[in-house]
Design a protein around this ligand. Structure first.
Ligand code: TTP
Ligand code: MG
Length: 350
């Protein structure tokens, strides 16, 4: 088990908005389409601390957020901007030249090459300070042995936290937590475990592993190992950016597929230019449509091999967008590639 440092930005999209719109600071802010514009059909993508105090959270329908507090401030998500900030964070982290894996737009994990918690905490403090000073953004860092435990420690230290849990303390840290605190346990697995009276990680640790394997296959075995304080996860080095995308508003709202396709082609070409410049390859291609009523829909396809092909992006993007058009007039479209690795850092390049 290697010592790892896990970083997760705090209420990321909302914090990014507070940087460029300081007038929202201290007010409850939701990132997502406003109830009036979306006719209550939108969802909360994230929200700041003040909004969380009312019980608002990510993925909550706007309708429910409105019920909790009709006076929330809303701002439409701007992925281009958040990706840009994310790239700056990840590029800063990669300047430490440690083994690193970007986990999502606002999460990354790094392997500390000396087995020294004090050193890791010092590094964590320095990273927090730099991100705050350079970008004005708060983050939380967790330090532990193994990627999954480091992430759990990070989650437990939110917001604006820095916390380490040493190897000999990890069992105690895990024991009283509900099983769903283990990353990878979603509502379905939680319900299955709960149905056989396993609610806490301690109960999971004391279950006969054969019962878990019968129920969940090899994942059951992994869970048993984790619950008993052993995290064998390792870092899978990827590109130090999460995705590359372009989006643009159309000249007028339209449901004409030819007009939309022209824009998709243009954006796909720009994305590919950036892919080449950054020397990466991708596995996932996605498109996005923002409709006249400010609601968004996203569709993506993941391939089994990495690729850098312009033709593949053009073909896939125009086929995906077809499924999103003809519902309602579209005002803005986007193209994105993700699951990136550095070119040459992987096999089976097509
Ligand atoms: P998270 O890291 O899950 O959330 P967060 O950064 O907003 O809050 P926390 O302080 O608890 O880490 O997700 C990162 C961003 O991803 C988030 O700011 C918005 C986006 N996101 C969605 O668009 N939809 C979702 O359902 C979730 C969970 C996140
Ligand atoms: Mg976050």
């Amino acid at each position: 088990m290697k010592l790892m440092l896990y970083l997760d930005m705090d209420h990321f999209f909302a914090a990014c908005e507070e940087v460029r719109h300081p007038e929202f600071k201290g007010k409850p802010l939701v990132v997502g389409s406003a109830p009036k514009e979306s006719m209550m059909k939108g969802v909360v993508q994230t929200c700041n601390r003040e909004a969380r105090k009312f019980g608002v959270h990510s993925a909550m329908p706007t309708r429910d957020a409105y019920k909790l507090n009709p006076k929330l401030e809303y701002i439409q998500a701007d992925w281009d901007y958040y990706e840009n900030v994310s790239n700056r964070i990840m590029e800063f982290l990669s300047s430490y030249k440690l083994k690193m894996e970007v986990d999502s737009i606002d999460e990354a994990v790094m392997e500390i090459d000396v087995n020294d918690y004090k050193e890791a905490m010092k590094l964590g403090e320095e990273i927090k300070k730099n991100i705050k000073e350079k970008l004005g953004l708060p983050c939380t860092i967790g330090v532990s042995k193994g990627k999954i435990f480091a992430k759990m420690v990070c989650d437990a230290a939110k917001p604006d936290g820095l916390k380490a849990v040493e190897e000999e303390k990890i069992q105690e840290f895990l024991n009283d937590k509900p099983v769903e605190k283990i990353p990878g346990i979603g509502p379905k697995t939680r319900d299955k475990l709960n149905s056989i009276k396993i609610k806490t990680i301690e109960e999971l640790a004391k279950t006969d592993p054969m019962v878990l394997i019968d129920m969940l296959g090899s994942f059951g075995k992994e869970l048993f190992t984790l619950a008993n304080g052993k995290d064998n996860s390792v870092i899978v080095e990827n590109s130090n950016i999460v995705s590359i995308s372009r989006e643009r508003t159309l000249e007028r709202n339209t449901d004409k597929i030819d007009d939309i396709n022209k824009m998709i082609e243009k954006l796909a070409k720009e994305v590919i230019e950036d892919v080449k410049k950054r020397n990466v390859v991708f596995k996932t291609i996605g498109v996005k449509a923002r409709y006249f009523d400010f609601t968004d829909k996203i569709k993506s396809r993941t391939f089994s091999n990495y690729s850098g092909s312009e033709e593949l992006v053009l073909k896939t993007a125009s086929s995906l967008i077809k499924d999103l058009v003809n519902e309602k007039p579209v005002r803005k479209v986007g193209v994105r590639v993700s699951s990136l690795v550095n070119r040459g850092g992987q096999r089976s390049l097509s």
